[in-house]
Design a protein around this ligand. Structure first.
Ligand SMILES: Nc1ncnc2c1ncn2[C@@H]1O[C@H](COP(=O)(O)OP(=O)(O)OP(=O)(O)O)[C@@H](O)[C@H]1O
Ligand SMILES: O=C(O)c1ccc[n+]([C@@H]2O[C@H](COP(=O)([O-])O)[C@@H](O)[C@H]2O)c1
Length: 215
């Protein structure tokens, strides 16, 4: 079987090192072929982003320049409509055949997974790889819902052996960064250096994004 493909979806309003560094660590730890960074057109379950889809896509493209192995995939923006992950995984699955596919999520996103559109189909289409995030604790196996406990993979190598269906928790170097914090800091003219790639920061400044806005 070929190496698994990773996918990291997000609003990316804006993309930051809390997305990029954990994704790169997972890429290496799980020996993925690459990680597709997929900006959402219209993210479900939250209010509309402040930056436009085109701006968030451009920022993602600028950001991955610093991260070999990460590549931007614009399928959700091209598709339009609500960016349901199940649709994105189904379209990737159609392209990939039985190649392993890993959906990367932070612990916060994993906690809300059972509210996602057709969430039961997600583990049928991909493995689910949960990345640690400061502020959220790793659940003990006995605290996981039954569907999740039954899918737990004890080792990263297990993910390369099947196309989908496993759940894996990957500890990553903590990045205490959120897009909310960046938007708020920019609106208050506070520094955000070191939280996101300089090319993204340059784009935000050039286009005056998040200035004097309700975050
Ligand atoms: N610092 C982080 N560490 C680990 N995972 C993260 C981190 N920030 C975001 N993620 C994960 O990246 C994905 C996309 O996140 P998102 O674009 O919503 O960023 P965010 O910083 O959480 O944004 P916001 O503050 O606007 O809610 C989600 O799966 C989320 O859990
Ligand atoms: O499919 C869904 O119903 C669904 C519900 C909530 C979030 N998601 C996806 O999860 C990813 C992270 O979401 P967010 O809101 O944390 O940026 C992003 O790709 C969203 O499209 C998907």
């Amino acid at each position: 079987m070929s190496k698994p493909l990773g996918i990291l979806g997000g609003t990316f309003d804006p993309i930051h090192y809390g997305h990029l560094r954990p994704a790169q660590e997972v890429l290496r730890a799980l020996d993925l072929a690459e990680v597709r960074v997929v900006p959402a057109a219209n993210p479900p379950h939250r209010r509309a982003p402040l930056a436009t889809a085109v701006q968030r896509l451009r920022m993602a493209e600028l950001a991955v320049g610093e991260f070999p192995g990460l590549r931007v995939d614009d399928r959700e923006i091209k598709r339009g409509g609500p960016s349901y992950t199940v649709l994105t995984l189904a379209s990737l699955r159609e392209e990939l055949g039985d190649r392993p596919l890993c959906l990367l999520l932070g612990l916060d996103a994993f906690e809300g997974l059972e509210s996602w559109h057709q969430w039961q189909r997600l583990p049928e289409l991909a493995h689910i790889v949960v990345m640690t995030r400061p502020g959220w604790s790793l659940p003990a196996a006995e605290d996981l819902p039954t569907w999740a406990r039954g899918r737990l993979a004890p080792a990263a190598g297990d993910l390369a052996l099947a196309s989908a269906g496993k759940l894996y928790f990957q500890t990553v170097t903590p990045q205490d960064i959120s897009a909310t914090r960046i938007r708020e800091a920019i609106a208050r003219s506070e520094p955000v250096d070191g939280l996101l790639p300089p090319a993204v920061l340059g784009y935000l400044r050039a286009n005056r994004i998040y200035l004097n806005r309700e975050n």
